[in-house]
Design a protein around this ligand. Structure first.
Ligand code: F0G
Length: 464
């Protein structure tokens, strides 16, 4: 039998260290004031634990740094491009591999090419991420979210809350199929709590789109986490390798785009993969206009090389075991302290349920922002409101149109923080939760017309 540890250890040791900024509460109060309580306006050197995003914030491996040195910077026909193309063809089965500098560039290019001059296009998805929605709308199309009902219930522990509601999709396609250039599945479903999509749902969506002749695209920023959660939780999938599951996910789609800053394990990068020759030509023509030549697409050759390595490393099940376990670890420690959470633990983040965290603060007074500000003030932890600040808007009478859920995302960068950092976060969130009754709401004092959460200012509600 031998030693069977229950501790899941980080499957790496540290070779380069980066100092962690430490500040006092008084300093943090001043930084908040200067930032007008918008955590996007903080300087990173004033943040002790940065859980704002898992995007581009991961640590690369020694193999990736070695690949950086080998990167081929040729303008055309870079060897690093062909390495990446091979990895992506093996993984996705798609012929055309088009690199982009990050996910949203791929979104702009793909939706521009899919929608063309049509003025009445509709794009349904399990849930669009905010840049996806913005890029769908920027080409004059409408984005529609059709998640399963469980996705909107923070207390449901349905294991695949990323699924798309098949009945709603069938009705949608019945009514609108000629106007639908593509159906999108975001894996995992970031805006709805980093929740995975099941293979069963993906297969059923494939069957449905086939009935209507509509292509299916994956927004696959966190495909490996999704594939591993399928292996863990979907009946009949436990015996398969994560790579095999991921390959099936891609085979079920006509194409995919990726923000490689997540499961690509790189700090910058993205791509589009697809089979349709005519669509690929339109995408490449658009790529050349703003991103660059098709064998580098806005990236350095070394970035392509590091991504080729990252896409293989991310499917290592020892890595994924640690990754999913570390998110679950934070979730369970917060749960044990009674902190209200969106369940079950998903792929890349733990989401606090601000509605239950601050029951005395109405949605219009931005409870998620209030929790995020308190976490920074008390412990130097930066998180991200995903609620009315991000998805709501100010109505003509000055009140807020509120979001469906008021969440605070604690996103976990890949291979960056250790278990003691996570213990510190659990202790800090528990402390803020114990004092929650003392926390008040906020209001927005100035805001831009779109994507307001990045730049708006906040002050305490009730303050003048
Ligand atoms: N799609 C999904 C599902 C995402 O999570 C993101 C980015 C994008 C597309 C856009 O990619 O940033 O490379 O242009 N999500 C980050 C986040 C920003 O914090 O969740 P990008």
């Amino acid at each position: 039998m031998g030693f069977r540890p229950s501790t899941i250890i980080e499957p790496f040791r540290v070779k380069v260290v980066e100092p962690l900024p430490v500040t006092t509460r008084a300093e943090r109060a001043r930084h908040l004031e200067r930032a007008r309580n918008n955590l996007f306006a903080l300087h990173a050197e004033h943040v002790t634990i940065d859980l704002m995003t898992d995007s581009g914030t991961g640590a690369m491996s020694q193999e990736q740094w070695a690949a950086i040195m080998r990167g081929d910077e040729s303008y055309a026909g870079s060897t690093s491009f062909f390495e990446l193309e091979k990895v992506l063809r093996d993984l996705t089965g798609k012929r055309h591999v088009i690199p982009t500098h990050q996910g949203r560039a791929a979104e702009r290019i793909l939706f521009g090419a899919l929608v063309g001059d049509a003025t009445d296009s509709l794009v349904p998805a399990n849930t669009h991420f905010d840049t996806t929605r913005a890029n769908v709308e920027a080409v004059g199309a409408e984005a529609h979210d059709l998640p399963v009902a469980e996705a909107l219930d923070p207390q449901s522990d349905h294991p695949f809350k990323g699924d798309l509601d098949l009945e709603r999709l069938r009705a949608f396609l019945d009514a609108n199929a000629p106007r639908v250039p593509a159906v999108v599945m975001t894996v995992t479903n970031n805006s709805a709590g980093g929740q995975p999509v099941s293979l069963e749902n993906l297969r059923a969506v494939r069957d449905l789109v086939d009935d209507y002749g509509v292509p299916l695209f994956l927004d696959c920023a966190r495909f490996a986490e999704n594939a591993y959660l399928i292996k863990l939780h979907e009946p009949g999938q436990g015996h398969r390798t994560t790579e095999d599951i991921a390959q099936e996910m891609f085979r079920l789609a006509d194409g995919a785009w990726m923000s490689a800053k997540k499961d690509g394990l790189v700090n910058i990068g993205g791509f589009l993969v697809l089979d349709d020759d005519a669509l690929a030509t339109r995408c490449r023509n658009s790529l050349i206009l703003t991103e660059g030549f098709p064998t580098y697409g806005g990236l350095a050759g070394r970035d392509l090389a590091a991504l080729a390595v990252g896409l293989r490393e991310v499917l290592d099940e020892r890595y994924l075991d640690y990754r999913i376990a570390s998110v679950r670890y934070l979730y369970e420690h917060l749960h044990a302290r009674g902190v209200p959470l969106l369940g079950p633990p998903g792929g890349h983040a733990v989401y606090l349920d601000a509605t239950r965290f601050l029951p005395h603060v109405p949605a219009g007074q931005l409870p998620g922002q209030a929790v995020a500000i308190a976490l920074y003030l008390e412990a130097g932890i930066r998180s991200c409101e995903i609620g009315t600040v991000m998805f709501g808007h100010t109505q003509p009478d000055g009140t807020q149109a509120t979001a469906a859920l008021e969440l605070v995302r604690l996103a976990i960068p890949r291979r960056v923080y250790t278990q003691s950092h996570v213990d510190y976060v659990a202790e800090a969130v528990g402390y803020v939760f114990e004092g929650a009754a003392e926390l008040g709401g906020y209001r927005i004092v100035d805001e831009p017309p779109a994507l307001r959460h990045f730049t708006c200012g906040f002050e305490r509600a009730g303050a003048t």
